[in-house]
Design a protein. Structure first.
Length: 308
């Protein structure tokens, strides 16, 4: 019987394990009884030696079912019993939640992302609508230095941290123009999938109302990997000219509209001559950018300052 197909897998596994432990205790009792009989048998050459040792040295202390459950590793025991369980339930038995959900701004999601990337040992496949958070970029660059294989795909319509990304340019590709590639996901070592609504930007990870979801599930990992291979194959290499185009955060000649990100995470643009234009300071680390026209700003998701 497959525990994953049962309506109450935990109860079934616990009951089956308890039964197994009971049988094991019976076998140990029989073993101890056989040893006692053999030791006391007439003519046994080792009678004297056997009687010098306490009974506890002949047979171990019997464990109660609860103690046995605590002392054995669940996955091994289930394998011995011939049972299979869902990956999510298996993760919970290892004290590793199958799914974790974290929320900003109550939590600093930047720290979670940086720590997860730092834990990578083999590879990271990342697909991001925007990638500008400095701590995340630093963690990716450091992972590359450790020998971790990186593959990063970004959306061309959004701001990207190109100054830092050029340090790992061979690992970065841009999606072709067209519908947004709106993912905020990456897979670490083929095992842990990060997803959720939080963009990899300072505002998305620390100030906006967003969630970050971690999944330790082989099926979820395989589904993402399959889709990522398609996105990666269609994407093009990062080019030097991108720094001055729509994918960059630097100012282009003749482009004077300021795309600002407020403390609340709102993306608004300011026209030359508007009330707050002179006070706005551009910070590309926050994902802010320059635009050449209002149409371009609106297409990128910014709204005009003063409008709701």
């Amino acid at each position: 019987m497959n525990a994953a197909d049962s309506g109450e897998p935990a109860i079934f596994v616990a009951a089956t394990t308890s039964c197994c432990v009971s049988r094991l205790n019976v076998r140990v009792r029989r073993c101890r009884r056989d040893v006692d009989v053999e030791r006391d048998a007439p003519g046994n050459a080792d009678v004297g030696e056997a009687r010098e040792f306490p009974r506890a040295s002949v047979a171990p202390k019997l464990l109660e079912p609860r103690e046995m459950r605590m002392s054995l590793r669940w996955p091994r025991l289930l394998a011995v019993l011939g049972l299979t369980i869902s990956p999510g339930f298996a993760a919970s038995l290892r004290d590793e939640p199958a799914i974790e959900v974290h929320y900003a701004p109550a939590e600093n999601l930047e720290r979670l992302d940086a720590a997860l990337i730092a834990s990578a040992r083999q590879r990271i496949d990342l697909a991001a609508y925007t990638l500008t958070d400095r701590a995340v970029l630093d963690a990716l660059i450091e992972a590359r230095r450790r020998g971790v294989l990186l593959r990063i795909v970004l959306d061309p319509s959004e701001s990207q941290g190109l100054d830092q990304l050029r340090l790992i340019a061979a690992a970065v590709r841009m999606k072709p123009p067209g519908p947004f590639m709106h993912l905020k996901s990456y897979l670490v070592d083929g095992r842990i999938l990060r997803s959720g609504s939080a963009n990899l930007s300072a505002s998305g990870l620390k100030r906006q109302d967003n969630d970050l979801v971690l999944m330790r599930d082989p099926n979820a990992a395989a589904a993402f990997e399959k889709d990522f291979e398609r996105i990666w194959a269609a994407a093009g290499p990062l080019r030097g000219a991108d720094a001055g185009g729509a994918t960059g955060t630097g100012r282009r000649k003749g482009c004077a509209i300021k795309g600002n990100v407020s403390r609340a995470g709102d993306r608004v643009y300011h026209l030359p001559g508007s009330r707050d234009y002179g006070r706005v300071r551009m910070d590309k680390g926050l994902g802010e950018r320059w635009f050449c026209s209002e149409r371009e700003a609106a297409a990128a998701g910014w709204r005009r300052a003063g409008r709701r």
